[in-house]
Design a protein around this ligand. Structure first.
Ligand code: SAM
Length: 245
């Protein structure tokens, strides 16, 4: 189930009801979840489920569910499985035909998209990009022809390098940095990728958590923008005609 990404008031009533009433809550980090529990007086038993113990825990959790226990899964913040543990557990439970009930709520992805001012009719969430520049550029290249808004999770320390790779692959496009969403220092900054690099170089890597967004519509080498399509087609037809002549 989803839990807040900063502001503890963003928890849903259904999440609180469920966290209080289930037999067990599996959390990525029990200390983190304990803060939420303490804020709302929740006393339910907490256990850990994360990438490092998942292989051992999954059969145990399945056993517990088969024994009739009700179990909730939370990650440190936001929605489990969204760049967070849980996929293999949910897959195994579905394969075992056990019910999995989503309890929706906050996610940094949807919070960022909902306030960035970029098109949201079609977006691509790429999670965390590879750490090495070459692999990162390759991943970014995969999306180059898509007419979409791209959303990635990024850290302040890697932001300038990722922006440099964005410029290398897409050109100096507009980007939005959504930082510290729902927290005291929440910031949205829209600028050319190069201006954001200059800002980061001048003021140091931004502190806190970041979602980086960019609209890939009209990226050079990508698909043309709809209003350019007529000119684009005429150009292509011209080129074909020229070839045929
Ligand atoms: N499952 C979470 C969700 O639904 O948003 C994401 C977990 S992922 C491990 C953590 C990353 O999400 C951070 O590194 C950051 O990129 C992004 N993130 C989480 N909370 C954020 C916040 N309050 N503001 C901006 N980005 C955030």
């Amino acid at each position: 189930m989803a839990t807040p990404i900063g502001n503890l008031r963003d928890v849903t009533l259904r999440a609180l009801d469920t966290l209080s009433s289930v037999d067990l809550v599996y959390a990525e980090d029990t200390r983190q979840t304990r803060r939420l529990f303490d804020a709302y007086g929740i006393k339910t038993s907490l256990r850990t489920y994360h990438d490092h113990n998942g292989a051992i825990k999954r059969p145990e959790i399945l056993e517990e569910i088969r024994a009739g226990k009700s179990i909730a899964l939370v990650s440190d913040a936001g929605t489990p499985l969204i760049s967070d543990p849980g996929f293999k557990l949910v897959r195994d439970l579905r394969e075992a035909e056990e019910p999995v009930i989503p309890i929706p709520g906050p996610s940094a992805l949807t919070a960022a998209l909902s306030a960035a001012g970029l098109p949201t009719d079609c977006f691509l969430f790429a999670g965390f990009l590879p750490v090495k520049s070459h692999a990162r550029q390759n991943r970014l290249s995969d999306f180059k022809t898509l007419q979409t808004t791209l959303a990635i999770y990024e850290s302040g320390n890697r932001l300038a390098d990722t922006l440099a790779d964005i410029i290398a692959v897409y050109g100096d496009i507009d980007v939005v940095m959504a930082r510290e969403l729902t927290k005291l220092f929440e910031t949205f900054r829209m600028s050319k990728a190069s201006d954001l690099i200059a800002f980061v170089k001048e003021s140091g890597p931004p502190k806190g958590e970041i979602v980086l967004l960019a609209s890939l519509t009209g990226v050079p080498g990508g698909e043309p923008e709809p209003e350019d399509i007529e000119a684009f087609l005429l150009e292509r037809l011209d080129a074909l005609g020229a070839k045929g002549a």
